[in-house]
Design a protein around this ligand. Structure first.
Ligand SMILES: Cc1cc2nc3c(=O)[nH]c(=O)nc-3n(C[C@H](O)[C@H](O)[C@H](O)COP(=O)(O)O)c2cc1C
Length: 202
């Protein structure tokens, strides 16, 4: 199991050009989305939405918003991970509904009070966005596990993405764009710092 997992982490790489004529199946897309859905989140608030684009028209429009990065237009599927903003408000119905799963019954009011203080002291956009990155990483790793390639794309114009997808900036913020498909290029050698440069045992 350990070596299988490490193989998957090693296999995943940023693909910069996909085989445009090799689509993913609906089952594969669902599998990838499920990996995102099952991701952990702060307070269990699942601060993400996954917008799935499969039409060539939409992918090319989005490629334009990603400074013409060709992996967007050639990918079989592009998933835009949107961070929820408005739902994170302590007075939202969504917040109450999700918090009541972790804090049922009488525990809810105290939890909401704590959350209100946390929310006031937090950069909600950054907090929500960081968690979207966790879901995104899980989706890319899951894809690699079934031999599907991916690329995380942070290089985009958020205003353009918003214009193309038509969402309310008060409610949503584009956290990351994920391109999935079968890579048209062989991966380069994995470049990573060694553990002894990254890890400090105390
Ligand atoms: C948050 C984030 C944003 C990224 N944005 C881009 C991007 O806009 N374009 C791109 O080609 N790669 C992008 N990448 C991929 C990285 O360049 C790539 O993961 C890194 O160079 C390591 O290479 P590897 O993933 O092949 O191991 C992004 C990765 C992350 C995590």
């Amino acid at each position: 199991m350990k070596s299988k997992l490490l193989d998957i982490f090693n296999r995943r790489h940023a693909c910069h050009l996909f085989q445009a004529d090799r689509p993913l199946t609906a089952e594969d897309i669902d599998f990838i989305l499920e990996a995102g859905r099952l991701s952990p989140s702060s307070f269990g608030l699942e601060p993400w939405k996954f917008v799935v684009l499969t039409s060539q028209h939409d992918k090319l429009a989005l490629q334009h918003a990603c400074f013409q990065q060709p992996q967007v237009g050639t990918a079989s599927v592009v998933i835009v991970v949107l961070a929820k903003l408005a739902e994170m408000d302590p007075d939202s119905e969504y917040l109450r509904r999700l918090m009541s799963r972790e804090y049922p019954g009488d525990a809810l009011d105290a939890a909401l009070k704590n959350y209100r203080a946390f929310h006031a002291a937090t950069d909600v956009k950054a907090w929500s966005e960081h968690q979207c990155h966790i879901a995104a990483a899980n989706m890319m790793t899951a894809a690699a596990g079934i031999d599907i390639d991916s690329c995380a794309i942070g290089g985009f114009d958020p205003a353009e993405v918003r214009r193309i997808l038509g969402f309310d900036p008060v409610r949503r913020h584009p956290a990351l764009i994920l391109a999935f498909g079968y890579c048209a290029q062989a991966p380069g050698e994995k470049q990573r710092l060694p553990l002894d440069e990254l890890v400090e045992y105390r």
